[in-house]
Design a protein around this ligand. Structure first.
Ligand code: NAP
Length: 322
């Protein structure tokens, strides 16, 4: 089968289209004929081998897993002998980050419990755009953020992969949502249901004397003390991404900065979850959330898709389709 393989860390130029062995599914796996893959920041980090600490998992000198691509949709081609939830011919979507990655290939194997039947009301591209970004948004808002109906919730970085789902998921919980994005994305996030929009090129939300019960930070940077000032007395700030400085500050200093207050600040490392992917599927089927796709690239143009991902300004998701 054809696959985009990388044997050294580097720029998208190290991705090579090669003929490789088709995977055979283990007993608890399904083999998927891949129809679409969406790229996540994690794909870009593993391609570059940066931040360096991820090499302890991915391979110190060179990548041990040579095919990237986690968020995948496709058609079940074969099933392992212990598989109970799927049969040949089912349309599925999955987060392969728990199955050894490998979506950027004609076929990929997935643990049975990493996959869910694709919602019938969306395309393969739209389905592939969902898993990691939507589950991260859900876990950030629900698990770390303890989101409640009627709360004032702010999403910083509302126009990206995680942010576009976060706006819609927060609305589905009944929150009053403020979305922070740049000028070009104001209408997009409004259309996704944001009640208020702050254009970060014109206004700094941490300096306008407004406070929020929950802030989900997916992109950009603000000092922790500024986030603290933008929280209500029992407010919660959940960092899911952004600059490395933002991520490490929230991870290491969140508890220190909020000492003596009822505010909470911390970092989320999302965990792939079949239950959560099923919940997201239901939200899609009920018309409560939908994928936003900046651009879909043909498989052969995968390196160009990575080049765009690296720029960091996609509105929604970047997809590769077969
Ligand atoms: N915690 C986890 O487990 C987990 C899981 C998935 C992702 N993540 C992380 O979450 C972050 C977001 O991922 P993503 O997939 O949403 O990224 P993404 O799609 O690449 O984000 C692109 C978006 O970010 C916006 N943006 C860039 N700079 C900004 C700023 N200063 N303020 C506000 N928005 C800004 C861009 O809008 P403009 O063009 O308008 O600037 C663009 O719409 C990444 O750091 C990723 O690594 C974490």
């Amino acid at each position: 089968m054809k696959a985009f393989v990388y044997r050294e860390y580097g720029t998208p130029d190290v991705l090579k289209l090669e003929e490789v062995q088709k995977p055979s599914p283990k007993d608890d796996e399904i083999l998927v004929k891949v129809r679409a893959v969406s790229l996540n920041k994690a794909d870009a980090y593993f391609l570059k081998g940066e931040p360096f600490m991820l090499r302890f998992e991915a391979g110190l000198k060179r990548p041990q897993r040579t095919i990237l691509g986690a968020d995948t949709s496709g058609i079940v081609e074969a099933v392992g002998k212990d598989v109970k939830q799927f049969k040949v011919g089912d349309d599925v979507f999955a987060d392969l980050s728990v199955s050894g990655w490998g979506g950027l290939a004609e076929y990929a194997s997935a643990k049975e419990n990493a996959a869910v039947l694709k919602p019938a009301n969306v395309s393969f591209e739209e389905a592939a755009a969902v898993p990691m970004a939507a589950v991260t948004a859900l876990q950030g808002l629900r698990d770390n953020g303890k989101i409640q109906s009627g709360q004032k919730v702010l999403i910083n970085g509302a126009s990206g992969g995680v942010g576009t789902f976060a706006v819609q998921i927060a609305k589905s919980f009944g929150a009053e949502v403020t979305a922070v994005c740049s000028t070009k994305n104001v209408e997009l996030v409004r259309a996704l249901g944001a009640d208020h929009v702050i254009d970060y090129t014109k206004e700094n939300f941490t300096k306008n004397n407004k406070q929020y019960d929950l802030i989900l930070g997916t992109n950009g940077y603000h000092p922790l003390t500024d986030y603290k000032g933008a929280l209500t007395s029992k407010g919660v700030y959940v960092c899911t991404g952004g600059t490395m400085k933002q991520i490490f500050e929230s991870m290491l200093l969140g508890m220190v900065v909020t000492l003596g207050t009822e505010k909470k600040m911390g970092n989320l490392l999302a965990k792939p979850s079949q239950d959560d992917l099923m919940l997201v599927k239901k939200l899609i089927e009920d018309g409560k959330i939908k994928s936003v796709i900046e651009k879909s690239y043909p498989f052969e143009k995968t390196p160009d898709a990575f080049r765009q991902l690296e720029k960091g300004h996609a509105s929604g998701k970047i997809v590769v389709s077969f």
